[in-house]
Design a protein around this ligand. Structure first.
Ligand code: ATP
Length: 304
């Protein structure tokens, strides 16, 4: 988010006035409500989602017109399936998600990004972002009630809907231990939630928003195994029936992804399922072996 600090300063006054903290990229863009890098075309259409198939077609991108962040990226996320992005720091994972969310538009001749066959440069940002739910690495909460923090995914949601989402996101059991349950104030000046709990709040919001497409950024910090299990269950519930693109740092969490893309220096160097990539004994298998050695993953399943 460092790139957004400039614009954030500009709206600092607004921020202080409304006394709210940045929730996630979606919130920031809404607050800015002005062109960042990207402007809608005059004849922009409304994105029509039919299942939410995502396609990157020979996408190349540079932030500064000198260094290459992405080079010839092509892949498809068929509707309802899950694709995970892995690779060392700087490999281009976040750039792929930023481009899909249209923080930047691809220049002509640098490939295309399509959702259900529509070039995302040709649709309104509003309709694009309405179709995408984001679960950021860290979800900052409003200093308001727990219920409000979840309702943020869909204003006007009923108490039942909020509770339903919280249950599905595996956070309900925690909320009922708070002194005033769903009405308990959370955030900096209320009950403090752990990173894993905040991520489940983001998942609950997304469940309420009910978008066909998800962008997930897994937390980098190691979580204890019961939190990890809760988050995996919550994500499973959220990802059910949606197309998802996730940035994975802990390779153990993506064993069930339909497709894993291994990025290196802005290029896809390997692609396949977890088992296929282990069998290939390439970059992914080496990363996996390293994580197992460092204790970040469970041992690899037997192959063959
Ligand atoms: P990490 O796991 O550390 O988040 P990543 O795989 O997500 O890394 P990206 O953030 O996509 O990698 O970065 C890809 C390349 O683009 C890197 O060389 C990075 O330095 C560069 N880059 C990323 N953001 C910007 C930016 N706002 N301005 C200029 N260059 C950038």
């Amino acid at each position: 988010l460092a790139q957004l600090y400039g614009p954030l300063n500009q709206i600092g006054f607004m921020y202080r006035t409304i006394n709210q903290t940045l929730i996630d990229t979606e919130k920031l863009l809404e607050l800015l409500n002005e062109p960042t890098e990207v402007e809608d075309r005059e004849n922009a259409t409304t994105l029509v989602v039919d299942g939410g198939e995502i396609e990157f077609e020979n996408v190349s991108f540079s932030y500064d017109n000198r260094t290459t962040a992405l080079n010839g990226i092509s892949f498809k996320v068929p509707k309802g399936s899950s694709v995970a992005l892995v690779g060392e720091s700087g490999a281009g994972k976040s750039t792929i998600t930023r481009l899909l969310y249209r923080f930047y538009d691809l220049p002509e001749g640098s490939g295309r990004i399509l959702i259900d066959g529509q070039d995302i440069r040709e649709v309104t940002q509003k309709s694009l972002r309405a179709a995408i739910g984001v679960v950021p690495q860290d979800c900052v909460l409003f200093n308001r009630s727990m219920a409000y923090n979840i309702e943020y995914g869909k204003f006007g949601a009923s108490e039942e809907e909020i509770e339903e989402a919280a249950k599905s996101a595996q956070i309900h059991e925690r909320i009922v231990t708070f002194p005033d349950g769903y009405q308990t104030k959370v955030g900096e000046r209320g009950v403090r939630l752990s990173g894993g709990e905040r991520q489940r709040v983001a998942i609950a919001r997304c469940l309420l928003k009910n978008p066909p497409i998800l962008l997930l950024d897994e937390a980098t910090s190691a979580l204890d195994s019961s939190t990890e299990k809760d988050i995996q269950k919550a994500l499973q519930n959220l990802m059910q029936g949606r197309s998802s693109l996730s940035i994975a740092h802990r390779l153990s969490t993506i064993a069930s992804a339909d497709l894993i893309l291994v990025l290196k220096d802005g290029q896809i160097v390997e692609r396949g399922t977890h088992a296929e990539l282990l069998a290939a004994e390439g970059v992914f298998a080496t990363m996996w072996a390293d994580q197992v050695t460092s204790g970040d993953s469970t041992p690899p399943p037997a192959i063959g």
